[in-house]
Design a protein around this ligand. Structure first.
Ligand SMILES: NC(=O)c1ccc[n+]([C@@H]2O[C@H](COP(=O)([O-])OP(=O)(O)OC[C@H]3O[C@@H](n4cnc5c(N)ncnc54)[C@H](O)[C@@H]3O)[C@@H](O)[C@H]2O)c1
Length: 330
């Protein structure tokens, strides 16, 4: 009787110890499986294979904040093979090599104002990628006048030439070089990034506004020729203020960012969201969209005044007056 009780007692003990353990094992397996499924699900959810088999060149990825950085990541995620390009200094000093390593692609240094450098990018890209490319992103902008804090009524004209050359004419040089080399496949897509200051005046945007107006005009003029001859489309995306290295150079950027956010019914578009739009523009879903300036700004460009912006404006009416009460226009 004693030994039967002992066996029962030990047996029950073993059961109560093992049972929770088996639950733990089950739970772990379940978590592991659902985790794996989750990863698969997330991957499937994020990638649509929109650029499967396509080749492209991304100009202008400097660091993780760069819009071009996000576009490069998403292009590869969507099935494209790419090359990257930036200035020799940016390649030496910046983080673009780390991005190239991560995406298993080559970086080809080029100053976008040099036709020779640009030709080299297209030739080398065709070698590396195995033929003409399907898409190109121009994500390049810089104003020496903005950097040196020269105001629009005191521009240095040599600097203005540089602003226009780097931020706009480089787009023409890029497309012309590509076309002459046959470096863009028929039905390809070329994109540059613009800003609404091309249409309307924004305090502090300075000579970059002129550069963006020229950039958008180049997209139209070259879009006509390239579309007619090779079905290649050329567009610009007009992006919300975005906190990047170039963006932070604009005077009063934090206030501009906040203002645009309050004005836009959908809020400012982020760099990630801009990248999504670029991918759609590179894909076959937009084969008849060309010569357009496409606003990607949460609705900002169509709003005159929003309640949220007005409410903030009312709080600070006297903020920009000098000691004598005169309004400072900036
Ligand atoms: N950040 C914003 O608020 C905003 C809004 C609308 C449009 N954009 C435009 O988006 C584009 C990308 O800018 P970003 O905001 O990602 O900033 P960013 O500073 O990350 O990118 C600018 C890039 O231009 C490159 N560049 C400068 N001079 C060059 C040259 N001579 N040759 C080749 N490359 C050169 C820089 O190295 C850098 O990679 C720019 O055209 C910018 O005007 C930016």
């Amino acid at each position: 009787m004693f030994s039967v009780s002992c066996v029962l007692f030990v047996g029950l003990g073993v059961f109560f110890v093992i049972q929770p353990l088996s639950f733990l094992v089950f739970q772990e397996t379940y978590v592991e499986t659902s985790y794996l499924c989750g990863v698969n699900f997330i991957k499937i959810g994020m990638s649509y294979n929109l650029l499967k088999g396509k080749k492209g060149i991304i100009f202008g990825a400097l660091n993780e904040q760069s819009i071009a950085w996000k576009v490069a990541e998403k292009a590869v995620e969507e099935g494209a093979t790419i090359t990257l390009s930036n200035t020799p200094v940016a390649v030496r000093m910046g983080e673009v090599s780390a991005l190239a390593e991560k995406l298993h692609c080559e970086v080809i240094p080029a100053d976008a104002t040099s036709v020779e450098d640009l030709e080299n990018v297209f030739k080398r890209s065709m070698e590396v990628l195995g033929g003409p490319v399907d898409f190109v992103l121009h994500s390049i902008g810089m104003s020496p006048n903005v950097r040196k804090k020269r105001t629009y009524d005191d521009l240095d004209y040599d600097m203005l030439s540089k602003t226009l050359d780097i931020s706009a004419v480089s787009f023409h040089k890029m497309i012309q070089a590509a076309k002459k080399l046959g470096a863009i496949a028929d039905y390809g897509s070329i994109l540059a990034l613009s800003y609404v200051a091309a249409q309307r005046t924004f305090y502090g945007y300075n000579d970059m506004a002129d550069a963006k107006a020229l950039l958008e005009s180049i997209a139209r003029s070259f879009g006509y020729i390239y579309g007619r001859e090779h079905h290649v489309r050329v567009n610009t995306i007009s992006q919300s203020p975005t906190m990047t290295t170039a963006g932070s150079g604009v005077k009063g950027m934090d206030k501009l960012f906040d203002f645009a956010n309050r004005m836009s019914p959908l809020g400012n578009a982020s760099a990630d969201e801009c990248a999504d739009y670029c991918i759609v523009m590179f894909s076959d879903l937009t084969r008849k969209v060309t010569m357009q300036n496409l606003y990607h700004d949460g609705g900002f460009s169509s709003v005159g005044m929003s309640l949220r912006a007005m409410a903030t404006y009312e709080k600070g009416l006297d903020e920009y007056k000098d000691a004598n009460g005169n309004i400072i226009y900036g």
